[in-house]
Design a protein around this ligand. Structure first.
Ligand code: PHE
Ligand code: NA
Length: 513
């Protein structure tokens, strides 16, 4: 019998924890890059459509499943899925969901640890007076472990371990004493820091434009991101990118929301809470996330430069240099705010990734909090070290692809089908609406039953068989060829690589012998 006695303190605490779970590095680092790479304003419409038809329904599905499982004192997907299906297979599938959390936490905490280090370096004014390429070089050295010129030997490893210790300690303090407390501080702080930086993004204009730069104006960046564009609406690539962003940013498909919701009392509202956390994430993403990195970078480096160089490393490679243009005081403050914001956004999400494992161990093996938290920290460290040491060899990207992209979609597809078709939409709808503080519009019932699983299925198939160069128009016109970046392409290439290496060894030894 479970001895899991965790619970949320207050409704505000719960909403902040759920918002903190959703609001993360994805809002500030992933969203702006996705938007730029998919045509700026052209990205926003698919993004909103996916949010309404897939995001909100998935939030409701996961909150409902979680509260339902909590009634049987289960707090992780293996046993929640078991409660809902009574089929053993789904129990094991739920375990796969828990491991997705550990794999995502492994690389997610790595970026989170950069933000800690960059807070330190901002305060220490390490970037003061450096050129743009020197600031970029600093980042290069940082992730190149061992060849570090950052002043601290093995700095990236040191901060990674520090970051994991922090996560582990907070998790060991439990839901109310750890996670909820951190969310109550972290979420307001990040909103405050974000507002300050977004204000700079709005007001910078062309005041920082270097001589001769014609497209250096932060307003150009904002317009580019927000002005709706209809031209690329027919491009499946943009739709798939938007759907992928919705998955990642809302934290769906991993069991973190189920876990948090499983500590809600059976008669408490979930319908409105889910919406509140979801909209809050959307606001932070589309308003704050879009108003910082891109407009500020456009203000100094120009829209063309940003379009060409957009990548999540920009936040570390470029921002400290741009802040430095604001004079010593403001630049230190901006560095502290920017990396502090990223840190709070990051930790309230990585803590969420720890809770399914904790819930599982506490429920089913009667582990105490400490043991559960430290084992999570240890597992993440084990899985994370390869991303730290082989960052430049693409290990990080592999984790992000398989754990942070593909797994979420597969998990969400399964749960959306289970929810409406195995558990049954009528029963599921009653669960969702019981205790609800809003009237959930009835048209969401057919959406949850048909539209949501269908969209997820399309997203999955799109990832499975992405056409060459992600060029869907050519592919749909009959020029079909599989891209190496599709799931199937990746699996095939892996095979080729392994073979090549194997035969290379054989060949070498044959030559040698
Ligand atoms: N939603 C978080 C972000 O935007 C990432 C996350 C994914 C957190 C899955 C928990 C679970 O950064
Ligand atoms: Na998010």
């Amino acid at each position: 019998m479970s001895t899991n006695k965790e619970s949320w303190g207050t409704r505000v605490g719960l909403i902040l924890a759920m918002a903190g779970n959703a609001v993360g590095l994805g809002n500030f680092l992933r969203f702006p890059v996705q938007a730029v790479q998919n045509g700026g304003g052209a990205f926003i419409i698919p993004y909103l459509v996916c949010f309404l038809l897939m995001g909100i329904p998935l939030l409701w599905i996961e909150w409902t499943m979680g509260r339902y499982g909590g009634r049987f004192n289960n707090h992780s997907t293996p046993f929640i899925l078991d409660n809902m299906t009574r089929l053993r297979f789904w129990k094991y599938f739920g375990v796969f969901g828990i491991f997705t959390n550990i794999a995502v936490a492994a690389y997610y905490c790595y970026i989170e640890s950069w933000t800690l280090s960059y807070v330190y370096h901002s305060l220490a004014q390490t970037f003061s007076g450096l050129s743009q390429s020197q600031v970029a070089q600093f980042f290069g050295d940082y992730v190149n472990i061992g060849f570090s010129t950052t002043g601290i030997p093995y700095e990236a490893v040191v901060f990674y371990i520090l970051c994991l210790l922090l996560n582990t300690y907070i998790l060991s303090r439990g839901l109310q004493g750890g996670v909820e407390k951190v969310a109550k501080i972290g979420v307001p702080m990040l909103l405050l820091f974000g507002a300050f930086l977004a204000f700079r993004g709005f007001t910078l204009g062309a005041s920082g434009a270097p001589e001769g730069c014609e497209d250096c104006d932060s307003a150009l960046g904002l317009n580019f991101l927000w002005e709706p564009q209809f031209t690329s609406l027919t491009d499946p690539k943009v739709w798939l990118a938007a759907a992928g962003q919705i998955f990642f940013t809302l934290s769906v498909g991993m069991g973190t929301i189920h876990c948090y919701a499983s500590y809600v009392r059976p008669k408490d509202d979930i319908a409105l809470n889910a919406m509140s956390a979801g909209w809050m994430n959307g606001f932070v993403e589309v308003v704050l996330g879009a108003s910082i990195v891109i407009p500020i970078a456009v203000g100094y480096l120009g829209l063309d430069w940003v379009k060409e160089n957009a990548g999540f490393a920009m936040a570390f490679q470029t921002m400290p240099y741009l802040f430095d243009q604001w004079g010593p005081l403001l630049s230190t403050l901006a560095g502290l705010f920017w990396f502090g914001l990223l840190f709070f956004a990051g930790i309230t999400s990585s803590l969420a990734m720890g809770t399914p494992w904790m819930g599982f161990m506490e429920d089913e093996f009667n582990w105490g909090r400490n043991k559960a938290a430290w084992s999570f920290g240890g597992l993440v460290l084990l899985m994370g070290l390869p991303t730290v040491f082989f960052f430049n060899q693409g290990v990080f990207d592999e984790y992000d692809y398989w754990a942070g992209t593909v797994s979420l979609v597969i998990f969400a597809l399964a749960e959306s089908i289970i929810f409406s078709w195995r558990f049954g939409i009528d029963k599921a709808w009653n669960e969702l609406t019981s205790g609800a503080d809003i009237k959930v519009p009835l048209f969401f019932k057919p959406i949850i039953k048909y539209v949501t699983p269908l969209i997820i299925l399309v997203v999955f198939l799109g990832a499975l068989i992405t056409p060459k160069n992600n060029d869907w128009s050519a592919a749909l016109a009959g020029n079909w060829e599989l891209d190496a970046s599709s799931i199937i392409g990746k699996i095939q290439n892996k095979g080729v690589e392994v073979n090549r290496e194997y035969f290379a060894d054989e060949y070498q030894s044959e030559v040698a012998g």
